[in-house]
Design a binder for this molecule. Structure first.
Ligand code: SF4
Length: 439
């Protein structure tokens, strides 16, 4: 018996290198699959789906922006009488919709659910829905099957998860919908044992593991001396704690992805209660920089208090800080979030094509500008922050060809060329050449 695992194309995100970072969902369910069942894995972001590959079942994982493509793929396999199972973020939030294109839908986290589904499938009694009723204990999380990623063309950096769930519960975020609003951490000893077996570069996919400071200290102290270099998401305010930053550096952190958040938008020129000021952001950025940690900052446009001047003010601020890389996003009301419910109630959703829910399109009516003004300002921000030679405007949207923050040595790039290089990715080629020549 063989199961084909598919991660569908996700549309255009300007920072092109993103599609070359592997995700964990499907290789985690691969680890939960009985060893006697054969598996293949296709990441459509970097390779085509082979619709003729023999398989007894197809399993597709999808976020909202991938849902439309996931349904197309599912329909094609089902037309060939191959059963399709769907899971991941979007099917968990919209199970009834996904069930129109699937023989079974996994709702919520896979541990304990996927194993039952496979058992039923083998026994010929697969049901339509498999719901995760009790959140899995993090002690029991399996190590993902990273062997399935070999030779695929990813940036040589392995993804890792040490926690799930986020109690912050922002109105626009769908993470709490899938992983819940309480923080659940893996035993640090277990995480360190996994890290020991991993390659040099690590990407922590956790949305907010810095929330549990004592646990983070344990992790950082355990990683110190391991020789790993890691990156991940962090709140900018973490810079306020000098001891924390010091331990981050000693553990091998070289780059953090920080969400400057809605607070930034509102903090120009005026002080609002509850919002961090621009001066405080500047101080935090400086602290990280002084410690040698580079930053990728994300800025979201389109909040109800964002006026037409937000784009220029943001770029001006970003340039002033010396932030190494920026990502600009358009606020997106993902289904089953409080933001979606609010905009729906106000009759402000103007586009229901889920493939456009990528944070690169305007799918609702903003409060203080028109949808066109929001989109044009967003494009302007990218163009004003990045130099012309790394920006390309394509029919699919902007492509920003930079990986400048990944200090990958030439030896690793040699491997990337030999095993993973694909001729159509000219930008990777030029980046590699530049690295090799040290220019
Ligand atoms: S945006 Fe970040 S902090 Fe907010 S709920 Fe989502 S994961 Fe938590």
């Amino acid at each position: 018996m063989k199961i084909k695992l598919i991660y569908p194309e996700w549309g255009n995100f300007p920072l092109k290198y993103r599609r070359y970072i592997h995700t964990l969902g499907l290789i985690t369910i691969a680890a939960l699959t009985p060893p006697e069942i054969g598996l293949s894995f296709t990441d459509e972001r970097i390779e085509p789906v082979d619709f003729d590959e023999p398989a007894d079942m197809v399993a597709i994982s999808a976020m909202t922006c991938q849902a439309k493509r996931a349904y197309d793929i599912a329909d094609r396999f089902r037309a060939k009488n191959i059963p399709v199972v769907m899971g991941g973020l979007h099917p968990s939030l919209m199970p009834e919709e996904s069930a129109l294109h699937a023989d079974a839908v996994v709702v919520g986290e896979a541990e304990g659910t996927w194993e039952n589904l496979v058992q039923d499938f083998v026994g010929g009694s697969m049901k339509k829905f498999y719901k995760c009723v009790e959140r899995p204990k993090m002690e029991n999380v399996s190590w993902p099957r990273r062997d399935l990623l070999a030779g695929k063309g990813y940036i040589p950096m392995q993804s890792m998860q040490v926690s799930r769930g986020c109690p912050v519960n922002c109105e626009f975020c769908s993470v709490p919908g899938l992983f819940g609003t309480s923080y659940r951490g893996r035993p640090i000893k277990e995480a360190l044992a996994e890290l020991e077996k991993m390659e040099e570069y690590i990407f922590f996919v956790d949305d907010n593991f810095h929330l549990a400071k004592r646990r983070s200290y344990e992790l950082f102290d355990g990683m110190a001396g391991m020789g790993k270099k890691w990156t991940g998401l962090a709140p900018l305010a973490a810079a306020q704690d000098r001891e924390y930053v010091d331990r981050l550096v000693k553990s091998g952190c070289w780059l953090l992805y920080v969400d400057v958040g809605p607070w930034m938008s509102a903090s120009f020129g005026e002080k609002r209660a509850g919002f961090t000021t621009a001066e405080k952001h500047l101080e935090n950025i400086q602290r990280f920089h002084d410690a040698g940690i580079k930053l990728i900052a994300s800025f979201v446009f389109g909040y109800d208090y964002d006026d037409k001047g937000i784009f220029e003010r943001t770029v001006e601020f970003a340039k002033k800080t010396g932030i190494e890389e920026c990502e600009f996003l358009i606020l997106t009301p993902y289904p089953r979030t409080r933001l979606h419910d609010k905009l729906e109630a106000e009759g402000r959703i103007i586009d229901r094509d889920l493939s456009r829910y990528t944070t690169t399109n305007v799918v609702y009516r903003p409060a203080l500008m028109t949808p066109d003004e929001l989109y044009e300002g967003y494009i302007r921000a990218w163009k004003e922050f990045y130099s012309k030679d790394v920006i390309e405007e394509t029919d699919d949207g902007l492509v920003v060809k930079t990986m400048s923050q990944f200090p990958i040595d030439p030896g690793v790039f040699d491997r990337m060329i030999d095993e993973r290089y694909r001729p159509e990715d000219k930008w990777v080629e030029s980046f590699v050449r530049r690295e090799r020549l040290g220019k």
